[in-house]
Design a protein around this ligand. Structure first.
Ligand code: DC
Length: 231
């Protein structure tokens, strides 16, 4: 490799992608991995949720693809410790089921996905980025250093979500949660654009029987192995 080539490669910040189905724990795991490495973090699902909430606020129908894409292009969002939409703090609001369900519906629209693509890539900044979502390794960052596909059984994911809701004082039924997860999985995996699927070069990690810490440590170990190989 010439020195010009090597400096242009170094100018691109490294990326770790963590993709997987809903409630697989990717968000928590990605944040811990990012903190351990001192890297930036992209929660791409939050962008889809913000687009969904903006559509709700503007009465834009999920069936009106051009209008949904326009909302996404003009999204006025800010991330710090909280998440902001049009100047309002929406950190908790975007986690509600109605917003998640609409996000899953509009995520099937190619124009919406195209509108969010460059926004997601802009998060790639030195010293590095940990990106979590559904298509981080396949579409948004196909050249990522390390790609992880994080899975867990439907029961394990439903039990985690059940515990989170009960801890927050929100009543829930395990069977309903399992059914919702299966429906959302089917929609995310069955859509024609950027369906949920592991990249060909992704490491598959089943966290059903692992703690968050064990999951994080496994990813950090793969990261060390990969950066050792590329040196
Ligand atoms: O990860 P999450 O539950 O916050 O994501 C909300 C929805 O957004 C999810 O049902 C599918 C969609 N999504 C997507 O299609 N692609 C991504 N990279 C991230 C999320």
């Amino acid at each position: 490799m010439t020195s010009t080539q090597s400096s242009s490669v170094n100018a691109v910040a490294p990326v770790i992608t963590i993709d997987g189905p809903t409630a697989s724990g990717k968000g928590t795991v990605a944040l811990r991995v990012a903190n351990a490495l001192g890297w930036h973090m992209l929660d791409s699902g939050a962008l889809y949720r913000l687009a969904a909430l903006a559509c709700m606020n503007r009465d834009v129908s999920a069936d009106d693809e051009p209008a949904v894409a326009k909302v996404a292009r003009e999204l006025d969002v800010r991330f710090n410790a909280e998440v902001w939409l049009d100047g309002s703090c929406v950190t908790d609001r975007i986690r509600h089921e109605d917003v998640g369900n609409l996000a899953s519906r509009i995520a099937t629209l190619p124009a919406l996905r195209a509108a969010l693509l460059e926004r997601q890539r802009a998060f790639r900044q030195p010293p590095g980025l940990v990106a979590d979502g559904r298509d981080m390794g396949t579409v948004v960052f196909p050249d990522a250093e390390l790609k992880v596909f994080l899975v867990a059984s439907t029961r394990a994911r439903a039990e985690r979500r059940y515990k989170q809701l009960i801890d927050k004082g929100i009543s829930a039924k395990l069977n309903d949660l399992m059914r919702d997860l299966q429906e959302r999985d089917a929609r995310d995996a069955g859509r024609s654009v950027a369906p949920l699927a592991p990249a060909a070069d992704a490491y598959r990690l089943d966290s059903s029987e692992l703690s968050i810490e064990q999951t994080v440590q496994q990813i950090l170990e793969w990261c060390r192995e990969r950066s050792g190989q590329s040196r």
